[in-house]
Design a protein around this ligand. Structure first.
Ligand code: PEP
Length: 251
């Protein structure tokens, strides 16, 4: 059985004071929750404060991005070791906003995935098609290219440390959610790809989150699908009440 994993991607939101308040409220409600892996991904500036706020609870910490090099002249970037130092255990990689606005390719995501794994960070690797690609009947082709490219050269041992997040770009921040059937279809396809890339054991172990306008009203049904193992939450993660309800929907 795969343990559900629900992560909140706070994006470029929350000052340090706001982040502490949100993390403290989530800890109050879910600090003892052992049935779901819960991950908060604040902006870099709030990671330390959130790390201190959630300490001693079952709520875990992630970042939204990192660089693949260990250190050096990369102005504005953050390394895996810097995240580990703040007790991050996860990092979101290849989010569609990174791909769209910052030119991240599968090759770049692959370098980041390898650097994260080398530093003992679990990558949450995002993949997903645009509306145009879906309407052109290219969803599976796009997903296959992203999965194979982002996870290239990983051993089965590496693969089971990864979490995949299927996030149809047309559903992110738009209020349009994939139906449970649409999402399940792509999740099953991704699991099939993992079987092909590695083996059945890997395919059955890797957790695949759904992301894209997930909210309390649709979370339980989405996460109830056989191949949907949790959620990556944007907008609804910015408020404790909705995030907590979504996590409860995973149990
Ligand atoms: C996301 O950006 O990862 C996301 C799923 O956003 P939202 O929930 O706001 O659609």
């Amino acid at each position: 059985m795969r343990k559900p994993i629900v992560a909140g991607n706070w994006k470029m939101n929350k000052t340090v004071a706001e982040a502490i308040e949100l993390a403290a409220a989530i800890k109050r409600e879910l600090g003892d929750c052992k049935d779901v892996d819960i991950v908060l991904c604040p902006p870099f500036t709030a990671i330390q404060a959130v790390s201190e706020t959630i300490t001693g609870s079952h709520v875990d910490l992630g970042a939204q991005n990192m660089h693949w090099e260990k250190s050096g002249a990369f102005t504005g970037e953050i390394s895996a070791a810097m995240l580990r130092e703040l007790y991050c255990h996860y990092v979101i990689l290849g989010h569609s906003e990174r791909r769209q606005y910052f030119g991240e390719t599968d090759a770049i995501v692959n370098k980041k995935v390898k650097a994260a794994l080398a530093a003992n960070l679990k990558p949450i690797v995002c993949i997903g098609e645009t509306l145009e690609e879906r309407e052109a009947g290219r969803t599976e082709e796009v997903i296959e290219t992203q999965v194979r490219g982002s996870l290239a050269d990983l051993t089965p041992r590496d693969l089971v440390e990864c979490i995949l997040a299927y996030e149809p770009v047309w559903a992110i921040g738009t209020g349009k959610t994939a139906t449970p059937e649409q999402a399940q279809e792509v999740h099953a396809f991704i699991r099939g790809l993992l079987r092909d890339i590695a083996d059945e054991a890997v395919a059955q172990s890797v957790r695949i989150q759904y992301g894209g306008s997930m909210k309390p009203a649709n979370a339980r049904e989405l996460m109830g699908q056989p191949d949907i193992d949790g959620g990556l939450i944007g907008g609804a993660a910015l408020e404790a009440r909705s995030f907590v309800e979504i996590v409860r929907g995973a149990i």
